[in-house]
Design a protein around this ligand. Structure first.
Ligand code: PPE
Length: 309
């Protein structure tokens, strides 16, 4: 869970405000109709100082999410990138989880968002390991959810919209109620999609396989980073539709996400995956990924934006 620091400042429509001042009205459009788009971005404490991971790609995705919903963000990409940098600075943080969100605010009620202003917030939180401290090394136990991910003509999965997280909550709460850490959702057609807040990778016969964008997934930025790293390490990575049963016979499985980073999965529906421990390919990819984030491995793709230059 993310920790709130109530002494922190929040960037709110271009101004730095106190945590307690960063409020919305109960008649805010987003509260009633789910009209928000957001991002989750990590700032890492690297050897060269704090740096934000793939800042531009995240802010670009925020604008894409807004575009899908005909939402005009009243700031530029550059302004929001700067807001992310400034919020880390002003709160004196070495590492952080940044939560930019754009939403339809207070104007009038009614589904049509006409006359409701689009407001933008960037908050900085402390968020440790998403699925628990041990999860990264040992792995998590998950189930296949009875809830499917949405079809793109129902709620577009490529938009990181608040409303999509109602579906995520169903997946997550069901998993928790049954004693699992997370659920894997299928597409409406019954093939593998993603977790409630993570993309999924499978290793089978030495190949790395992940569902394609048309499998109702969020186009994860960690997913993209892991595809790049895995190919650099010499693995074959394929984007393919994956039948459910392949989960059980996979040699290794892992989740990726900003919050989840790279988290191994040790069982699905109580069936052990491989040896029931983090697999060797997962470990190798994790090491490389974390190596870039600490600064031990060269950031050759320019993924890190330093806070202080
Ligand atoms: N799928 C979903 C549904 C998702 O929410 C995330 C991120 C991903 C895939 C991975 O995307 P990326 O972070 O770009 O690699 N989920 C964010 C929110 C989690 C939350 O509980 O809040 C995150 O990881 O920040």
């Amino acid at each position: 869970m993310a920790e709130f620091n109530e002494n922190a400042k929040i960037w709110y429509d271009g101004k730095m405000v106190d945590w307690k001042e960063a409020t919305v009205h109960v008649m805010c459009h987003a509260l009633h109709y789910g009209s928000s788009v957001f991002e989750g971005i990590r700032c890492y404490d690297t050897k060269k100082g704090p740096a934000i991971f793939r800042l531009h790609d995240h802010i670009k995705r925020l604008f894409n999410s807004a575009k899908i919903y005909r939402m005009e963000i009243p700031f530029t990409i550059e302004q929001l990138e700067q807001a992310c940098i400034n919020i880390v600075k002003i709160n004196n943080m070495r590492s952080a989880y940044l939560r930019p969100i754009a939403f339809r605010g207070y104007g009038r009620l009614g589904v049509d968002p006409k006359d409701t202003p689009v407001q933008v917030v960037v908050a900085a939180l402390d968020w440790g390991k998403y699925l628990g401290d041990e999860a990264i090394n040992i792995g998590v136990d998950v189930r296949v959810s009875s809830w499917n991910r949405m079809q793109s003509n129902t709620l577009p999965a490529m938009a990181k919209a608040g409303s999509n997280y109602m579906n995520s909550q169903l997946i997550k709460m069901e998993a928790a109620a049954d004693g699992y850490l997370e659920g894997i959702a299928l597409t409406p057609q019954g093939l593998i999609s993603e977790g409630s807040g993570e993309n999924l990778f499978l290793i089978y016969g030495g190949k790395i396989i992940t569902p394609p964008l048309f499998a109702s997934i969020l186009p994860g930025i960690t997913r993209d980073s892991i595809i790049t790293i895995a190919r650099e390490l010499g693995y074959v990575v394929e984007e393919q539709m994956i039948p459910r049963e392949m989960l059980y016979i996979a040699d290794e499985l892992f989740f990726t996400g900003t919050a989840a980073e790279v988290t191994p999965i040790k069982s699905v529906d109580r069936i052990l995956i491989g040896t029931g421990k983090r697999g060797p390919i997962t470990e190798r990819i994790q090491k490389h990924f974390f190596g870039i984030l600490t600064g031990d491995i060269e950031d050759k793709y320019g993924w890190l934006t330093p806070i202080y230059v």
